[in-house]
Design a protein around this ligand. Structure first.
Ligand SMILES: Nc1ncnc2c1ncn2[C@@H]1O[C@H](COP(=O)(O)OP(=O)(O)OP(=O)(O)O)[C@@H](O)[C@H]1O
Length: 792
């Protein structure tokens, strides 16, 4: 079957057979290659002796004969060229051809007789069979292991990469995944896949159990095969943790999930006790971590435990003591200077931050968190006799107050509001965005660390951050616990507050309301679970347009046109929605908004098609991943300022240049999945950002996503105007749903345990470490079924 597919040409495609003369151009990153070949045969309309062939080829060998499939095209500058989709080195096709090849100069020490014996045993397809699985050579009589190895290695060297790529293609992997697999396993790619395709689930991002299981089915691995069950367990665990944000999954729920996954598969299922046995083996192999009935991915387990240890280390530091009078005097001076009379809770927050090694400041919008941060910084400088002018510090003696936030935009806002340098947490830790979850960051220097938007920090990042904090550094964590939790696993801020062991101040009085903001009062009522009667009444700073799902694009189009007509720039207007698909989804709204805000009316503007999306100069785009080396972070919004087509540049690559407030970042076609249109963006991605105008559609067709914290987060993104559109009922549904997505974490519990006396703490540690192993052997034992294990 694989062989048949390889030989297939797509309809309307031509072939060109020719010997390689010279490589004119090659890009080693994406393998774009331009070759000149001497033409031997073609079914295209081409009479010349030589031809230029272009395409993406993983490897080309000089002077070899190739068969290309593709089409002839006329290039305006370079004339007629063959644009190849595939390139295959020509292999001997007949028995005699293969014998001659294997006994030729390339394979020193392999004589004609041995070659004949190989072809006799393995047939005309001997070469591809050996490449796919060297063990087939064992069937050849009298062939020594040494010779077999030599033969295999030589073949791999000359045919390997190309054949592997073709074979991976036959397994259904496109060029990008195939390259990832090759870069992981190199020459062993095919033998590993053939031995245990389920390794792909663990090793290659982007390959899940279902994909691996299809290969398993093809090569005869099915039912309760241990590799298959283990892959299903790891896949289910990771899926639940990453999709739902859990740090662990209870053993019973995991087993059920795995069983359901297997039951759905045509490749066979397995009984609970067998799955449970494999789970125990995975624990013994260190691939999952178990504690009581909780099953963790190891990186999450060690992050949770490590975070607790480091929080404890910080909490164990001595309190800073200032005479009350000194504090009050400095505070009074500050109030005089700024004209702000701090409320009692705000004063308490400043005082706690200055004296405690660690404190949490929490509160909704407009409650004065930023005002308190400024107060903390000012008084810290005052009481420690430190200058707050960064220019007075250098590399030897760096600025002692470190401000940071999880996203670039949040860090920028922090910088603007305090007038002091602020960076992303990743940057503070010296990360480049490619690290493993348990990688160490560089130690943070300084005396006071303030982290804003703490609700967005997941368990991995929180662990890395706390690990990098030196003993004598004071920490202030600031955030709004009612906002959406982090995208990654955990609910660190919520758990820290719930543990009750970290000094915390909750600000509740709203100050911005005094400036007449009805958006903030709406946010606060939503947070408390009720929809105000005024929801649909027009206010100075917000309005509500009633409409149904299918009317949403039209309504939003009108509102945006209006705002643009009044002089608002696209960057001031942000449409937020909870999901990508559907008639009122982000994708559809982006399509509509691009036509309004950045049209291509006469069709003459440059556009780069990527999937179903067309990018144009002037488009607003959103960065989806952290790229610290480019100074661009997940959630950053920028504008496309140039587009270059491959034919216009020497790199032969399509390129899109995006400016993030002056920082220009270049994306090649391979990188374009790192951005998306941002005329409308997801509420999740908008966390940590604020916009002058927010347009928020809320309709019942978003049902799956509607939650109180989601609506609360969306509404609190708007600074001046909030335009709600949709169905009132959808608001009510969303606001009523508050607790069905509780994340499973043991952080609060661990922190609380730590707070108890030393002896009790040791006891608790012993208990938690022992209990998983105590329970394990019960599974599958006589009289005890996995169902016992699954009971609470
Ligand atoms: N004690 C106070 N007296 C008077 N005004 C105050 C006081 N505290 C804060 N404010 C004012 O309230 C407004 C909101 O404060 P601030 O921006 O610090 O809140 P926040 O919690 O950081 O809000 P957000 O999270 O929405 O940015 C600001 O204009 C600030 O000057």
């Amino acid at each position: 079957m694989a062989q048949e597919k390889r030989g297939l040409f797509i309809e309307d495609e031509q072939f060109l057979k020719g010997r390689h003369i010279v490589t004119i151009f090659r890009n080693d990153e994406n393998f774009y290659t331009v070759l000149r070949v001497r033409v031997t045969e073609t079914d295209g309309n081409y009479e010349e002796k030589e031809a230029v062939v272009t395409g993406y080829f993983p490897a080309v060998h000089e002077h070899e004969m190739y068969v290309f499939s593709g089409v002839f095209k006329d290039h305006p500058r370079f004339g007629r060229q063959f644009i190849a989709r595939t390139a295959q080195k020509e292999m001997p096709q007949t028995k005699q051809g293969v014998i001659a090849y294997l006994s030729g100069d390339l394979f020193k020490g392999i004589g004609k007789k041995t070659a004949e014996s190989i072809v006799e045993t393995l047939g005309e397809q001997a070469i591809s069979k050996i490449i796919a699985d060297k063990n087939c050579l064992k069937k050849v009589p009298k062939l020594s292991g040494e010779k077999a190895q030599f033969l295999y290695e030589t073949l791999m060297k000359h045919q390997g990469l190309e054949q592997i790529m073709i074979a991976l293609n036959d397994f259904g992997f496109g060029p990008q995944l195939a390259m990832k697999i090759y870069q992981m396993y190199y020459d062993e790619s095919l033998s590993i896949i053939q031995e245990n395709p389920y390794r792909l689930v663990e090793d290659i991002e982007g390959i899940g159990f279902i994909r691996a299981d299809e290969i398993g089915a093809k090569i005869g691995i099915s039912g309760a095969h241990p590799d298959r069950l283990k892959a299903a367990i790891l896949y289910s665990l990771e899926l639940q943790c990453l999709q739902d944000g859990h740090c662990y999954v209870e053993a019973d729920s995991l087993l059920k999930h795995v069983k359901e996954l297997l039951d759905k598969s045509a490749n066979g299922t397995a009984e609970f006790d067998i799955i449970a046995k494999r789970l125990i083996e995975l624990e013994e192999e260190g691939k999952v971590s178990g504690e009581e009935k909780r099953i963790y991915m190891p990186s999450l387990y060690f992050s949770e435990k490590g975070l607790v240890t480091n929080i404890q280390r910080v909490l164990d530091q001595e309190e800073q003591s200032f005479p009350e009078s000194e504090f009050l005097l400095a505070l009074g001076d500050l109030e005089d200077r700024t004209g702000i009379a701090y409320a009692p809770s705000q004063k308490q927050a400043i005082q706690t931050a200055l004296s405690s090694p660690l404190m949490i400041l929490t509160g909704g919008p407009g409650t004065g968190k930023t005002t308190v941060i400024k107060g903390i910084v000012e008084l810290y400088g005052e009481l420690h006799g430190l200058s707050l002018d960064p220019k007075q510090y250098d590399k030897e003696e760096p600025f002692p107050i470190k401000l940071c936030a999880p996203t670039g935009r949040a860090a920028k806002r922090m910088m603007e509001s305090t007038g002091l340098p602020a960076v992303t947490i990743h940057r503070l830790l010296g990360f480049n965005g490619q690290e493993e979850p348990d990688e160490e960051g560089k130690e943070i220097t300084g005396r006071l660390l303030i982290v804003d938007e703490m609700s967005m920090v997941d368990i991995w990042l929180a662990h890395q951050l706390f690990k990098a904090v030196p003993d004598d550094m004071q920490i202030v964590l600031v955030g709004d616990e009612d906002q959406l939790p982090s995208v990654g696993p955990g609910q660190v801020l919520k758990d820290m507050l719930a543990s009750g062991v970290i000094p915390s101040v909750r600000l509740t009085d709203i100050y911005r309301q005094e400036e007449g903001s009805s958006i903030i009062s709406l946010a606060h009522s939503i947070k408390d679970g009720h929809v105000p009667e005024t929801l649909t009444h027009p206010q100075k700073d917000r309005s509500f347009i009633r409409c149904r799902t299918e009317q949403i694009p039209e309504v939003i189009e009108k509102v945006v046109k209006n705002a643009a007509g009044k002089g608002y720039e696209p960057r001031d207007i942000q449409v937020l929605a909870p999901m990508y698909k559907g008639p009122a989804g982000i994708d559809k709204l982006n399509e509509v908004l691009q036509t309004v805000l950045n049209p291509n009316e006469d069709g003459r503007r440059k556009e780069l098609q990527f999937g179903t999306v067309k990018y144009r100069i002037g488009d607003k785009v959103l960065q989806l991943v952290n790229q610290p080396e480019q100074q661009v972070f997940n959630g950053d919004i920028g504008e496309i300022i140039s587009i270059f087509f491959a034919k216009e540049n020497t790199e032969k690559e399509d390129m899109v240049i995006v400016s993030y407030e002056g920082n220009e970042v270049t994306y090649t076609r391979n990188d374009l999945n790192q951005i998306t249109h941002a005329f409308c963006c997801s509420i999740h991605k908008s966390q940590g950002s604020e916009f002058p105008i927010v347009i928020l559609p809320v309709v019942k067709s978003y049902y799956r996503m509607l939650r109180r914290n989601l609506l609360y987060t969306a509404i609190t993104r708007s600074k001046q105007f909030l335009i709600l559109c949709g169905e009132e009922e959808a608001f009510h549904i969303g606001i009523a749903r508050n607790d069905d997505l509780i994340r499973k974490t043991a952080l609060a519990q661990r922190l609380a345990v730590y707070d108890e006396k030393e002896a009790e703490h040791r006891e608790a540690e012993k208990l938690t470490e022992d209990s998983w192993m105590n329970i394990d052997p019960m599974i599958g034992m006589e009289g005890i079924t996995p169902y016992d294990f699954m009971r609470a």
